[in-house]
Design a protein around this ligand. Sequence first.
Ligand SMILES: Nc1ncnc2c1ncn2[C@@H]1O[C@H](COP(=O)(O)OP(=O)(O)OP(=O)(O)O)[C@@H](O)[C@H]1O
Ligand SMILES: [Mg+2]
Length: 1005
Amino acid sequence: MTESHAPFTAPSANAPAPSPATQGQRRLLTLLFVDLSGSTSMAEWMEAEHYATMLAGLRALYERIVPHHGGVIARIQGDGMLAVFGHPEVREDDGRRATEAALELHAAVRSLVPPGPKPAGFPGLTLHSGIHAGIVLVNDGDQMRGRFELLGNAPNIAARLSEAAKANEIIASEESLGLQSQFFETGPRFLLQLRGRATPLAAYRVLGRAAVGRRFDASVRRGLAPFVGRDAELATLDAALAAALAGRTLWLGIRAGAGVGKTRLTEEFLRHAHAQADQALRIHRGYCESYLSAEPLQPFLQMLRHMDSPAPGEDMPPELFAAQHSAPGQRADALLALLLALARRTPQLVFIDDLQWADDASLRLLHRLRAGAAAQGLPLLLLTASRPQPALPGANDGDAEIIELPPLTELEAARAVQQLLPQSDPFIAAEVQRHAGGNPLFIEELCHAAADTGERLVEGQSSSAWLAALVESRVGRLPPEQAQLVRLSAVIGNVIPVWLLQALTGCGEQHPAVQALAAQDFIFPDQTPGHLRFKHGITRDVIYEATGLHERQALHRHISAQLSARGGAAGQLHEQLAYHDAAANDWPAAAHHAEAAGDQALVASALDRAKKQFRAALAALEFLQTPEEDDGQARERRRRWVGIAQRLGMACVFDASQDDLRVLKHAAALAQADGEPGLIARTEYWLSYVGYALGETRDSLAHANAAVAVAQRCGDDALLAQLPGTVGQLQAAAANYAEALPMLDLAIARQRQRASKSPANQIGLSYSLCCRAYVLGDQGLFEQAHEVFAEALAPFDGSGHAVEASIQGWRAAVFLWQGRWAEARGSAATAHRVGAQVRSMFTCAMGHAAGAYGAWMQDADATARQRILDATAWLAPRGGGLYSSFNHGWLADILSTQGDAGAARHHVAMALKRGRQHDWIGGAMAYRAAARLAARMGDVPRAKRYLGLARGAGEQRNSDHEAAVTALLEAELKLDDSWQAALERARSAFERMGMTGFLERAQRL
Ligand SMILES: Nc1ncnc2c1ncn2[C@@H]1O[C@H](COP(=O)(O)OP(=O)(O)OP(=O)(O)O)[C@@H](O)[C@H]1O
Ligand SMILES: [Mg+2]
């Protein structure tokens, strides 16, 4: 490959057009809006001259205090002021700076005395302020518009927050401060409904400063995640400590990017070093700050202040007094002498955090300390933590032995997420990992965001402004060539094909600018050769967001052109083209490619991708609608929409949501409007299928019947061939086994003939067989059921296909009915694992719950109940209810056995509520739980009544195993003399049906 090492040249023939100058720059800014409280009434009683003097005093304060905290005044209007933090350069602590400025302004204004006479009861001058951060378009200003013009909603929101604040209050939005709120004492989080904003804004009142110096201490205040990994690094540190205790001088430098865990690692190490070495070791800590770091020698002075109060009986060397009273010019020497004197007595450990921000005097002292101790052979371990600095690599800790701290491995990251969000579904956990890319700070933040909002992370939406500032501040420090390159890469996407980057910029993988970005952890080579990838999804999202809209669209257009030229026609790149065309607002192309990509994904059984693409295609089609469209075009577009919606239905049978159902309902309405029977029949069919997958059994049956009727009328034989399977499944779900079985048999007979023709047919056959198997199982015909399961599973066993997960899930349920706990757990584990792999939340969650219930029945596993609750919660946001009476039945059973009457009753009620959609599968179990609860309370008549209802619920399903288990409970509760007869009935039924687990229970009685 020939590499041009010439600087990155954007304006080549195929470079995007520069954005118009008038568009301004997109920037992430933190905005502080302050206003004088009660100024209207003040203007009434004050003389104009006095008022003018007071305003001048106020403005002088603004002009002094805002720049002191790194802010810029954007405009002053009357007594109010808008200041921005993050211009021209974004800093990771802009939110903190804005808040510090607000606190100082408020204090200063309180002590300002307006001239002239004041009315009785005048409370003095006070401000009220609002702080918010967001993307703002910055234009140069003029006399009218102030120093610059700020376009975007964020300044308005800051002003609204200030309006909402009472006199003397500072209200900051949660997203502007994020973790930095921990630097301050704040009131409780509350939600504010602001005009012009769809969702309420979370905010709090800032009450004052908290005693927190580092970001890490802020994390400690909020609560740290349990520590994971880092075994090798801890071992290295332990070895260094041992060497120091044995009399050596060492310097270890921990190096890694922001948030990778330098401070945490050291704190963990120091904690156990302290516990281990105790008296034999003295530990000193200091840190450097980028902010308010007026004080030279900051970290060493922090150590000195800690020595003020020696432990009782501790005898401090005279050098302490000398250092405490040294003149500034002699301070470094005195500190050096002190630390060396201490090291002559006992081993010393000196830890300096955030060395990248150290002042020169501190750095010099550090180097002298090391040299001095080494020359005298003193026991001293110097430990420093520092971010890598592109400009001067190794400038600060160049003499140290470096420990490069890697990001967490996938496994460690998964453990961290699991511990932070113990109840989260596996998909949220995966999403967090994808965005955070092993950076524990990002993991913590995303988990907190997910826990606070209970929402899923949205692609392309960075979680909080302060985190975005952290990323943008890094981009801001890049040389222009690299900054431009990383922005372009962000527009390409998370994964960057090297050929594309080369085509667009002339920079290949070996180009120094690309290498520099890799060295700074922005991008790295992907597993697929020829591709680069963003290290953290967050980084990509933040950079993308901060790229101007016009620049972005131009780049998307450009990328799309390159992709088309490369192989769009060959159908290789539909997914990428769909993305870039949509982002460039080229809707016809976007619709075309998204539809094609969806079809390809459907063929490959990548159902989640198919779903995503079909939804994108439908969205693009909406944009294609124009007022000039004639009737024919409108019909064409409508039909295309309905056709795509039908395929969406096909893609979501294993993992449907209420959103999908809404799309199909809309499609059904469009089909009705169109009037073409074939279109109507098929749409009704898919509507019924998606409804089925969501557990809306009753409504789905109605749609299925409608599909049958219309298909018969228009002679759609292909559809008619599909319908028995669907109707059979629906009838099975509604526990109408007498209707279900003939339908399923008919479907199976047809599907058997066609199974060899296509994989899709094979899936249909296996799913029908699976339904037949569990219907047989529910009737207690276990042997037959397992034979049919085996046939259903054979083509898919070990395939990792969604249908394998489904079948295994049902098999687990049937094993549970039969009391074969270990086998149930095995099948459930496969359903859970494969379900997660193919992103079918339904099977994944059902597998999780079924496995937990098996563990409860087999070993009385105490974690079972929580695991079933988790699985139930995972499904809740999708609004899916299919067979959820299972979960409630299991929970009711466990909770009633544990004696948690309140919770048990809740799940009894939930299980029975599912009956409204004809989901009766957990009904008998729920009534048994109710009977057990009543018996515990000594209410025999009620317990008997529930037992009767349990029997009835079993009979309704013609379910022999339920009858036997109900009889067992009757025997266990011993409500009257008939219990022995019940036990006999149960025992012989268990023997007959091979219900081993239950038989053991009966025999124990
Ligand atoms: N091994 C770990 N296990 C669990 N949590 C971790 C681990 N390492 C770091 N964290 C968490 O991630 C967050 C960021 O870690 P830390 O503050 O140590 O990063 P850092 O490298 O010091 O970053 P900076 O350069 O910004 O100071 C902390 O809240 C910390 O608790
Ligand atoms: Mg740190």
